[in-house]
Ligand binder design. Structure first.
Ligand SMILES: Cc1cc2nc3c(=O)[nH]c(=O)nc-3n(C[C@H](O)[C@H](O)[C@H](O)COP(=O)(O)O)c2cc1C
Length: 333
């Protein structure tokens, strides 16, 4: 098994420089990545306390390797804060934060003995995060899928951040979907890759067929960056796959909220029966019913490089062995 261990891996207690971005709450995805030598990350912002404890227990049954939990700071109300404390109490060793100021959270994370990881989109923001005590910064480029914090591409952002915080650990995010991307960001000075869309397309993530068929057919030009899907998280730029909801809005001349085509339509339902409105930030998962293809289909530009759904362990193995082969080939030429 090829490892490609970096100092950032050593800090995190992992063997391979791959962090699964928080794109899932499925224990098999998160534990699967950790068991494959990377770091699985639980998307914890939208979980209630009961489901968090069930999911954390399920992850811990599947792996004794490190994993992380992720929180969107701007969405942290009292319930999410309780959930954050719970995750620290049960000893999740790494906490990742996104979309806000991590400074007030860092002492809570460190007092619990965990590492603090925060996602940034500029060199200046990276410096502020490290000054606040953040141990690892994740530099997220604009090609990323899901919510996108900044506007700089991964190729430029990562070295700018590496230069800005030479004593901290930097992980690269955005557009990394295969071993070539991993080798590239290691060459830019990152200590690991933070990989989202590729793990969305893992076997264990069990995407509904409507979503996965579109994802597999998509090209690198088929994503759309906007604040369109805003019910649940307003004014927050995100990257999705182009679908009929996006196309109808563009054809209508990009009208503001309140005047958008078919606004207020219930287009799908959660397995609990709870309705999902058009323009909701909810994305399709197993068990939902309705017009899932019209929902918010998060995807990064790297979707154009993804041609299959495969087990998380195979994704990690292939990325690491391909990156190692590329690095050795370039080194020997
Ligand atoms: C389906 C999906 C959900 C996401 N949810 C979160 C989240 O809850 N918290 C977060 O910090 N980032 C989230 N992101 C962004 C990822 O952390 C990451 O920056 C991005 O996926 C990296 O780019 P890539 O998709 O090209 O690999 C999400 C991304 C996707 C695709």
């Amino acid at each position: 098994m090829t490892d490609l261990t970096t100092p950032t891996c050593e800090l995190l207690g992992i063997k391979r420089p791959i962090v699964q971005a928080p794109v899932s709450t499925t224990p098999d995805v998160i534990a699967g990545v950790s068991n494959a030598g990377g770091l699985g990350v639980l998307q914890a912002t939208w979980l209630n306390n009961d489901s968090t404890s069930d999911i954390v227990a399920a992850i811990q049954r599947r792996t004794n390797r490190p994993f992380a939990a992720n929180y969107v700071i701007s969405l942290m109300d009292d319930d999410v804060n309780d959930n954050f404390d719970y995750v620290l109490e049960v000893g999740v060793p790494v906490i990742s934060t996104f979309w806000g100021d991590p400074a007030p959270l860092v002492p809570r994370i460190h007092d619990a003995g965990a590492l603090a990881m925060h996602t940034v989109a500029s060199a200046e923001e990276a410096r502020r995060a490290v000054d606040a005590g953040v141990d690892i910064v994740v530099a997220q480029g604009v090609e990323a899928g899901g919510h996108v914090w900044g506007e700089v591409s991964t190729l430029v952002l990562v070295p700018a951040v590496v230069d800005a915080v030479p004593d901290a650990h930097v992980i690269a995010a955005g557009g990394i979907a295969d071993g070539r991307g991993l080798a590239a960001v290691l060459a830019l000075g990152a200590g690991a890759a933070w990989v989202g869309t590729r793990f969305v397309m893992s076997k264990e993530n069990k995407l509904p067929a409507d979503y996965s068929e579109r994802m597999l057919a998509a090209k690198e030009t088929d994503t759309f960056y906007s604040t369109l899907f805003d019910i649940g998280w307003p004014d927050a730029p995100h990257r999705v796959l182009v679908n009929e909801t996006v196309e109808a809005w563009v054809e209508a001349g990009r009208p503001p909220p309140g005047e958008r085509p078919n606004e207020g339509d219930v287009i799908a339902h959660h397995p609990t029966g709870e309705p999902i409105l058009r323009y909701s930030t909810d994305d399709p998962y197993d068990g939902m019913t309705g017009d899932l293809a019209a929902m918010c289909l998060y995807a990064g530009q790297g979707i154009g490089l993804i041609k299959d759904e495969k087990p998380v362990a195979d994704i990690v193995d292939e990325m690491v062995s391909d990156a190692a082969a590329i690095i050795s080939r370039i080194g020997n030429s």
